[in-house]
Design a protein around this ligand. Structure first.
Ligand code: TLP
Length: 346
């Protein structure tokens, strides 16, 4: 393997910046389980303000943010209406069932965007079936390609939920990317929802953590579930300090990740045997379709490009803050060469 691999597996692979490490070193801390950590309190207040909500809760991961939200919002035995291929189902190990006793009901979501009428049709209201408990959206939608849910669709779906008396949660792990792609403040992306889980450890590059935002009473209830799930952290200010730097300095640069993903997508789409749905490349992800994805991961690794396979014929490439100028071009060269040599092999 080459000395420095270009790591495009996820935007979670970034290392904390020098400014984050300094802030972590200097962080004012206290025991957050006693609500005495000033850095955590500052981070929760800052993210809540940026997202346009009353309160926030620092949690260790996006998974915990989503699952705590579902636990608060929905009764055991009810259904969570989710877009197909939603992270909250695909990658959270059945947690909604294990923790909250919820069953998913999927709605079609071409390029990650459900139709409000399909959500309305998924709402159940009969004594003979499980009742609907919560509606979930994901913006950007990871498995659909990092695609953006338009603001009017979010609003219309939240309206459907609210008209049926249901809460609406946003898995906003990459809501900052959605805001950057839409050219609007984060609060606009989050406005239709009752709660949003926002990740600091994805595009913003913090080492750990997410903030779950909602009303003050929602966050009070969420606090209990965080504790129940073992997410009560003590001097968590060392982590929150990096999160503060992430929120204050890293969201402005996400457009650069999106431009690099576009460049990467266009380059990949030109390679023989590779196809890319360029319309789904809207933020920092590129899904490429090609044969034998698992074997290709190994070949590309050998050529110095790390990616993830998502299914038998799909590779995911993700751009992020730790890429240097020229890395995308270099990655494209390496991928082209690796695939050429595979094609040439007897
Ligand atoms: N996504 C990870 C993997 O789990 C797939 C990644 O590399 O993209 N919501 C969405 C939309 C996510 O993409 C992720 C992480 C999460 C929630 C969970 O966040 P963490 O990993 O902090 O629990």
């Amino acid at each position: 393997m080459l000395a420095t691999a270009i790591d495009l597996r996820s935007d979670t692979v970034t290392r904390p910046t020098a400014a984050m490490r300094r802030a972590m070193h200097d962080a004012e801390v206290g025991d957050d389980v006693y609500a005495e950590d000033p850095s955590v309190a500052r981070l929760e207040a800052l993210v809540a303000e940026r997202a346009g909500f009353e309160a926030g809760l620092f949690v260790p991961s996006g998974t915990m943010g989503n699952q705590v939200a579902l636990a608060v919002h929905a009764q055991r035995g009810s259904e969570a209406i989710v877009p197909e291929r939603a992270h909250v189902y695909e990658y959270e190990l059945g947690a909604m069932a294990v923790i909250s006793g919820l069953v998913p009901r999927f709605v079609r979501a071409p390029r990650g965007v459900p139709r409000p009428e399909d959500v309305a049709a998924a709402v159940t209201d009969s004594v003979h079936v499980a009742p609907s408990g919560v509606v979930v959206l994901e913006n950007t939608h990871n498995r659909a390609g990092g695609t953006v849910v338009p603001l009017d669709v979010s609003l219309a779906i939240a309206e459907v939920a609210h008209a049926a008396g249901l809460p609406c949660h946003l898995d906003g792990a990459r809501a900052w990317n959605a805001a950057a792609a839409l050219g609007v403040p984060l609060a606009e992306v989050c406005a239709p929802f009752d709660s949003v889980s926002l990740c600091l450890s994805k595009g913003l590059g913090a080492p750990v953590g997410s903030v779950l935002v909602g009303s003050a009473s929602f966050v009070r209830a969420a606090h209990r579930y965080r504790k129940l799930l073992g997410g009560g952290m003590r001097q968590a200010g060392v982590l929150a300090a990096a999160g503060l730097v992430a929120v204050e300095t890293m969201s402005e640069r996400l457009g650069e990740d999106h431009e690099r993903a576009r460049l990467l997508a266009e380059g990949l789409a030109r390679l023989p045997g590779v196809s890319v749905d360029l319309e789904s490349v809207q933020t920092n992800m590129v899904y490429a379709t090609l044969s034998d994805a698992a074997a290709k991961v190994e070949q590309l690794k050998h050529a110095g490009v790390l990616v993830n396979a998502v299914g038998p014929s799909s590779l995911r490439f993700v751009t992020h803050a730790d890429l240097a100028e020229g890395d995308v071009e270099l990655a494209l060269e390496r991928v082209a060469k690796a695939l050429e040599s595979v094609a040439a092999a007897p």
